[in-house]
Design a protein around this ligand. Structure first.
Ligand code: AMP
Length: 274
């Protein structure tokens, strides 16, 4: 595995790659969720590039940019074992020039509601870094988790609208045995917080159960979820279509339940694709 830290070296190395190139963008502190993206990328491509970059432009004022878990050594081992071909670990100055003036703006509704409502500018930063990484790697395919549903949908929209020649491959949410969706931020949870955090996935399972027994009304489904989430600081739970617009009724293949809650100050997200 080649470890590359500069953009110029990545561009030069990419020139010499034969066959299809896959990109798996991450912020590191890798876990089995990231690994599932890498595995999918490996089965479909000749070359897999993983990027580890805690992207400053997607963190808002007062968020955890400084204390976001950074585990370079462990991450390098994980990527090596997973058969990654190139690990790109740039510093911020390799990605952003002080003189950068071309910015991306996430759409008003889809980018500034839900996750974007309390994190103004978050998706602008996400789109900006993802486009830069796709351009640097000229990846044929890029792999993203359904765990970050709004992010995935916005990246798909960007690629469509800007004619970016890269296929976005969605990958299912990977969970711990107890149901908790894997996240680098789970490292912040102590055992009792973790126990409370399980209510997120439990509430989504309850929504799935209600749908199984015939409930379609999204207000009623949200109420069932909120019963399970009693005592948890829910930031939002919404049931939306793939344009991130609220749905009144669940329609199979076109509905996502988005949930964000704080457990002991740790902000966790989870969702259910129906
Ligand atoms: P992050 O390092 O948190 O920015 O995540 C990098 C990529 O891994 C994103 O596409 C995430 O959606 C994806 N990812 C994170 N956690 C999971 C998970 N539990 N299951 C599947 N994909 C995930």
């Amino acid at each position: 595995m080649q470890i590359i830290t500069t953009s110029s070296e990545l561009i030069a190395t990419r020139e010499n790659l034969q066959g299809s190139v896959a990109l798996v963008p991450t912020m590191g502190a890798l876990h089995a969720g990231h690994l599932s993206l890498i595995r999918n990328a490996k089965t479909q491509n000749e070359n897999v590039i993983v990027s580890i970059f805690v992207n400053p432009t997607q963190f808002c004022e007062g968020e955890d940019f400084e204390r976001y878990p950074r585990k370079s050594e462990a991450d390098i081992n994980i990527c090596q074992k997973a058969g990654v071909d190139i690990l790109f670990m740039p510093s911020a100055s390799e990605i952003y020039q002080d003189s950068d003036e071309i910015l991306l703006k996430a759409p008003k509704i889809a980018g500034y509601t839900l996750e974007g409502a309390t994190r103004a500018g978050h998706f602008d930063g996400v789109l900006r870094v993802v486009l830069k990484l796709i351009n640097l790697t000229r990846a044929k395919r890029a792999y993203f988790g359904q765990k970050d549903a709004q992010q995935l949908l916005l990246i798909q929209k960007m690629v469509r609208e800007l004619f970016v020649p890269c296929e976005i491959i969605p990958c299912p949410i990977v969970r711990d045995k107890d149901g908790l969706a894997l996240s680098s931020r789970n490292l912040y949870l102590d055992p009792s917080m973790r126990n409370n955090a399980l209510k997120l996935s439990e509430s989504l399972r309850e929504v799935a159960r209600q749908i199984m027994i015939g409930e379609k009304n999204t207000e009623k489904l949200k109420a069932h979820a909120m019963d399970v989430l009693a005592g948890i600081d829910v930031e939002y739970i919404e049931i939306v279509d793939k344009n991130l617009r609220q749905r009144e009724e669940v329609k199979k293949g076109e509905t996502i339940v988005l949930l964000t809650a704080r457990v002991g100050g740790v902000r966790l997200i989870d969702n259910l694709w129906i």
